[in-house]
Design a binder for this molecule. Sequence first.
Ligand code: ZN
Ligand code: ZN
Length: 355
Amino acid sequence: MPAEELVIARPEGLYCPPGDFYIDPWRPVARAVITHAHSDHARVGHGHYLAHEHSAGTLRARLGEITLQTLPYGEAIVHHGVRISLHPAGHVLGSAQVRLEHAGRVWVASGDYKTEPDGTCTPFEPVPCDTFITESTFGLPIYRWPSQPALFEEIDGWWRANAAQGRASVLLCYAFGKAQRILHGVDAAIGPIVVHGAVEPLNAVYRAAGVALPPTLRVTDPGVDAALLKRSLVLAPPSAQGTPWMRRFGHYSDAFASGWMQLRGTRRRRGVDRGFVMSDHADWPGLQQAIAGTGAERVYVTHGSVAVMVRWLAESGLDARAFHTEYGDEDLEPVAAASPDPGLPPVGEGDKAAT
Ligand SMILES: [Zn+2]
Ligand SMILES: [Zn+2]
């Protein structure tokens, strides 16, 4: 391995040799820099964690007592001669790209990112670097997200029509990030908003960080009765689908919010009435724009459609390579755990093709 590598892949995770620390390691290590608090990037068992200050609440909620050092965006620390700073990734609250500078070289590890501002976290900023380590969860040309206003017009329209017909609108969405984005973006004047118990603690973390969210109710709150539920928007994690918790909503309409909803087959397999194309990851144009925006000559691709993205970048004249990682996609976790689905979209396929 040439001495100038600022990040290499080790069995424990992505490792910075001169700094002797890892970025989002998947096995327990002494020192970990964490890009964001989603479970595949922020795991238990590390000796020391460094993350953005807005990740403190979600990390502690998930991991309990950890040794955590936090940084605001743009402020640097130097560790074994490596200058480390965190920069907005626009993915979820506290999500950060990690910039490493050592001996005149600059590498940036993106973690997960999204390029369109969503109002619930600091928008993505391109960070100039020599080498960019990018995700590629939706790294296929078919993935193009509707704009935020178009997306929320669709969600509001669905909720409004259901409320007019006296039916609850149950929207299945990942509890950390997506649920708060929906809360922030919908027209709360349409009706009451009820959230699952897995969602409310994360709402509290967002509110504490100063993110404006409309009032939310729990099904156990006083005043939450059948009449109220019929006009409600209900936010629940995908794992709530088909559980007894859903029975209280009677005859409801259901929907799923995920980037995978761009594939017709995913919605069919989910068995929901509606699919909203909504992701906290960059779509294909967003990935291209972000990569170009760094000015990097070398790009490593970590997860998602790795082989496709590496080939595409190489054809555009970049030095493109793959890192084998164990990152997943938060939207696929519950379904993958419940029933192995041979038709699941290309997260695994990309990884396989890359190895
Ligand atoms: Zn993530
Ligand atoms: Zn990820």
